[in-house]
Design a protein around this ligand. Structure first.
Ligand code: PGA
Length: 304
């Protein structure tokens, strides 16, 4: 037997069954009551069996109606999830993503973005790289889809998911007297206090964490030079201009090339985490949702 029914009839049938009432079902579906009655009559006609019993003003599902209701729910639920999936796919295929990352996060963000773009080649992405202070302003003005930063600011109402460790270590360059001296031993923070440091610009998360580290131990942080990028910091350290505290993510190549060394200092590394952040209540686009899922999964899997 070929059953000739439509999805529209299934939706009307379910609404009537859920409400046990034609008028309420009609209101729910923004239809007139006669339109609903007609759909049900057609459906019962096509199936060749009554789905509802009418007792006075009340209606009840017949045994056949109860059976049909179960099958109908299966079909419409599947259809709904396919619709959702297709909607998401359409959005994810063609969207644009605006990401802002902390200067330091750029060292791994570009790789993650490259993998994401390989999976979704139609997506376009704009990536802005800036320091912590400017990141907070971006969040305040809701300019971006998602932000990758260190410690999220408490004064804003944010959704912030930690996804990767960000240890801050102290480094020394070949040109510095500490490079060879006591290469294997551990220094106390007060032993390194006597040396000059090169530091990131004000507003940098790394700089703030580093200053806190010294302040909490009532130590003086003597700075020789200030730079706006990790690249410049590393160059200065290699040239022996001072020690520095940087994210371990920024020095992979220099460690391999042995042009800088991590100094073993008590209470270091400073333990920080990378967070994926957006304003609470913000409606993420399908592309932004896909990127968030990707970062939280990939990031948690990547090692430092
Ligand atoms: P940065 O790093 O602002 O020093 O680049 C971000 C952070 O660690 O918060």
């Amino acid at each position: 037997m070929a059953i000739n029914i439509t999805f529209r009839q299934l939706r009307v049938f379910e609404a009537v069954a859920n409400n046990s009432n034609f008028t309420r079902a009609a209101e729910e579906l923004y239809l007139t009551q006669p339109a609903v009655s007609m759909q049900i009559r057609q459906l019962e006609g096509n199936l060749g069996i009554a789905l509802f019993d009418h007792l006075g003003k009340k209606i009840f599902l017949t045994d056949a109606g109860k059976e049909f209701y179960k099958s109908s729910r299966n079909i419409t639920q599947q259809l709904e999830s396919v619709e959702e999936y297709l909607e998401e796919l359409k959005g994810v295929r063609q969207g644009h993503l605006k990401i802002v990352v902390a200067t330091t996060a750029n060292s791994f963000a570009t790789n993650l973005l490259a993998t994401f773009i390989q999976r979704h080649p139609e997506i376009t992405i704009s990536l802005d790289v800036t320091n912590r202070q400017r990141l907070i302003e971006t969040l305040e003005s809701n300019e971006s889809d998602l932000v990758i930063m260190g410690q999220p600011p408490e004064k804003l109402d944010l959704v912030a998911d930690p996804f990767m460790d960000n240890p801050l270590v102290m480094i020394v360059g070949r040109g510095h007297p500490l490079y060879r001296k006591r290469a294997k031993s551990t220094f106390t923070p007060s032993e390194v206090e006597q040396y000059k440091f090169v530091v990131r610009e004000k507003g940098s998360g790394t700089r703030t964490a580093m200053e806190r580290f010294f302040r909490e131990r009532e130590l003086n942080l003597e700075t020789s030079m200030e730079f706006g990028s990790n690249e410049a910091i590393k160059q200065a350290v290699q040239a022996g201009l001072g020690l520095a505290i940087v994210s371990i993510h920024t020095i992979k190549l220099e460690l391999q090339a042995k042009v800088v060394r991590i100094l073993d200092v008590e209470d270091l590394p400073i333990k920080r985490k990378w967070h994926l952040v957006y304003r609470k209540g913000k409606r993420l686009s399908p592309v932004a949702q896909a990127f968030r899922k990707f970062i939280l999964e990939e990031g948690r899997e990547s090692s430092v």
